[in-house]
Design a protein around this ligand. Structure first.
Ligand code: NAX
Length: 327
């Protein structure tokens, strides 16, 4: 067994938290040889419920669970952490405008960014799941001036996995036979699920499906999948979101497979003509704990328009939160 690492999870008593913590504790995220100490953050009224989750975690007697810290103090939660999964966020209430939503989340992700800045390990890997995930990640990053901006990422892996699943079903193949799918942009309905570089069993995906299906069925289905789950289940995606968060962190820690890539929301460096600085979904490969944008992909007019639309939405969201950035 290796030395334990510290993994923070916020919103730990929520529904994604409940689907996430037991898998992290069981070694699904970092491996069966990597013990973890969980740092669980909740708001004060949710601490009794969180205590119940801690009791259950202990009752699992996981070989890879080396300790649990449960707290409502953000400075305790992020002390010396190697990984931070920021799940807790303010949901959109009835009649709430996007501006109000961004503002309410700024009050959460600004202080969390500052606490990470002050207390986390210098190479902390931060994943923001709480919506609006990309812009919440930007707020946290912009309140952590002493950390490398690349420490902050947002989750588009659930969208990536949804795209794999839709394409697998359509082509009658398994998701493991599909490579090089990309989710560009925002984790919102403007995201662009791109199959132009994807292969199924080594063959170009777009040679196996017709353009009408790609454009009118696949893209909207992936974009609207979250709403479809809410309609069917009466609650938003939880187990699949938790699973995607585990995939995101495992890939970031342990690397991508040869000949494939994954989608991660990461700070744009201007690649593919995207506004520098916004947290944008890109195709990335990962080696030795560092991600790199896949370069040199050919972008046609169809893709260009969609990549620009989701970039525009992210620039607008950024415009609404810039006053929350540390000076
Ligand atoms: P829940 O409402 O079940 O849980 C959220 C938890 O966060 C609650 O227990 C709440 O007490 C806690 N919380 C609120 N503010 C906090 C703070 N300042 N510090 C610590 N904890 C805090 O929501 P859940 O279904 O778990 O979803 C969590 C977030 O994930 C939501 O914002 C949701 O929109 C987002 N999602 C993001 C997805 C993605 O792909 N990026 C997909 C799934 C999900 O919709």
């Amino acid at each position: 067994m290796k030395a334990p690492v510290r993994v923070a999870v916020t919103g730990a008593a929520g529904q994604i938290g409940y689907a996430l913590l037991f898998r992290i504790a069981a070694g699904d995220m970092l491996g069966k040889d990597q013990p973890v100490i969980l740092h669980l953050l909740e708001i004060t009224p949710a601490l009794p419920a969180l205590q119940g989750v801690v009791m259950e975690l202990n009752d699992c007697a996981f070989p890879t669970l080396a300790g649990v810290v449960a707290t409502d103090d953000v400075n305790v939660a992020f002390k010396d952490v190697d990984y931070a999964l920021l799940v807790g966020a303010r949901p959109r209430g009835p009649g709430m405008e996007r501006k109000d939503l961004l503002e309410a989340n700024g009050a959460i992700f600004g202080p969390q960014g500052k606490a990470l800045n002050d207390h986390a390990k210098r190479d902390v890997k931060v994943l923001v799941v709480g919506n609006p995930a990309n812009t919440n990640a930007l707020i946290a990053q912009q309140n952590a001036p002493d950390l490398d901006p690349k420490c902050f990422t947002a989750m588009v892996r659930l969208d990536h996995n949804r795209a794999l699943s839709q394409l697998a079903e359509k082509t009658g193949k398994h998701t493991t036979q599909i490579k090089k799918v990309t989710i560009w942009g925002n984790h919102s309905s403007t995201q662009y699920p791109d199959l132009h570089h994807a292969t199924v069993d080594g063959k170009p995906a777009l040679n196996l499906v017709d353009q009408a299906w790609y454009e009118n069925d696949f893209i909207p289905t992936v974009q609207q999948r979250g709403a479809a789950i809410i309609k069917a289940r009466g609650a938003s995606s939880a187990a699949s979101a938790a699973s995607a968060a585990i995939d995101h962190m495992r890939t970031w820690a342990l690397g991508t497979e040869e000949g494939d890539w994954v989608s991660m929301g990461i700070p744009s460096d201007g690649s593919y003509g995207i506004a520098p600085g916004v947290i944008y979904g890109y195709p990335v490969t990962v080696k030795d704990g560092k991600y790199a944008i896949v370069q040199g992909l050919e972008i046609g007019d169809f893709s260009r328009a969609r990549m620009d639309a989701t970039d525009k939405e992210l620039r607008e969201e950024r415009g609404g939160v810039e006053h929350l950035f540390a000076k």
